[in-house]
Design a protein around this ligand. Sequence first.
Ligand SMILES: Nc1ncnc2c1ncn2[C@@H]1O[C@H](COP(=O)(O)OP(=O)(O)O)[C@@H](O)[C@H]1O
Ligand SMILES: [Mg+2]
Length: 235
Amino acid sequence: MSNILKVHQVSKTYQSAGRTLTVLDKISFSVEKGSTLALVGPSGSGKTTLLGLCAGLDSASTGSVELADIALENLTEDKRALVRNQHVGFIFQNFQLLPTLTALENVMVPMELRGAKHTKNMAMELLDKVGLADRSHHYPVQLSGGEQQRVSLARAFSNQPSILFADEPTGNLDAETSIKIEQLLFDLNREAGTTLILVTHNPELAAKTGRIIRMKGGALISDTAHESSAVNWND
Ligand SMILES: Nc1ncnc2c1ncn2[C@@H]1O[C@H](COP(=O)(O)OP(=O)(O)O)[C@@H](O)[C@H]1O
Ligand SMILES: [Mg+2]
């Protein structure tokens, strides 16, 4: 089996008030193409930071990240953006839609960046898939949280990513809406073979993935192919 993501001895530090803050400490793991994985751990343990490094949104202080056989550490920000656009979908807890663009336009952005044709039709298809065809001309502020997250999902799918990162994708949504979003994520994994890496505080959601990595204080403390969900990660 091939690995779509290889993280080797990655650390992330910040300088603050003359001191060095270590947010991630020599993290190593690999992720098999087409698999699903949940990253769990208490608030502040470094989950969002790690996701950002894996997705090429940010760069590590030391260590290496290889995404789809591309080493990210020596790339310029422009090159990293290109890799992201070609391989990565990202879903943020707070949606991060562009407020001045409609739902349709938000979904079209990554396609246009890629120079794709027929972007409008493709974006409409994606909005239809997430059940928002009738909301295509609405602005984010006119949509509920769940609807905004569905738009952000359609946007994340729009470049047919080989790997999708979702940072607490249902953290701000009610139970019913959360289930719909989760289904869409796992559908994408099943139907398109998209590798799915998600951060969640929800044990039930984590238990639906094939593997759970637990973090604490910037380090990996366990990594289990999922069978039983004997986890208690909020301590
Ligand atoms: N830009 C930054 N500068 C300084 N510290 C940061 C920065 N970004 C994150 N941190 C710190 O890194 C730690 C991990 O943050 P984060 O990755 O957001 O954790 P999690 O997602 O697990 O809650 C926290 O202590 C946070 O304050
Ligand atoms: Mg976080």
